[in-house]
Design a protein around this ligand. Structure first.
Ligand SMILES: [Zn+2]
Length: 123
């Protein structure tokens, strides 16, 4: 395949985003922050290249990322940080499983995200 047809270069470091398991875009899709319609139009990024989100991934398999500046979690409310850590870590673990699960893109998001989207559509 030609280079341009791959087209998933990281918006931050310019390197290939080779696998879905390292994609910040898909992580945010699993979290429900990116809608299915917006997915094909958004820029790709490595999870590690977006420290504002990556700092909340707490897992032995993920080398911790520190975020500097105003979004650093050390500066935020500990309760809020705990909530974010639990949600984003869960989304990251799901993302790591997706290649093995053999599911379609519409089924990637966390169960509560899918439920919320369904509720919106049923209205
Ligand atoms: Zn990158």
């Amino acid at each position: 395949m030609a280079r341009c047809e791959q087209g998933y270069l990281c918006d931050v470091c310019g390197e290939d985003v080779e696998a879905i398991t390292e994609s910040d875009l898909y992580l945010r899709y699993v979290l429900g922050e990116v809608s299915p319609l917006a997915l094909p139009t958004m820029r790709e990024r490595h999870i590690r290249c977006n420290p504002a989100t990556a700092q909340y991934i707490v897992d032995e398999a993920f080398a911790p990322v520190r975020c500097q500046g105003m979004f650093a979690k050390d500066l935020l409310d500990p309760e809020q940080v705990k909530e974010q850590e639990s949600k984003i870590t869960r989304a990251w673990r799901r993302l790591q499983e997706i290649p093995r699960l053999g599911i379609a893109i519409p089924d990637y998001p966390l169960p509560e995200v899918l439920a919320a989207w369904r509720a919106l559509n049923d209205r």
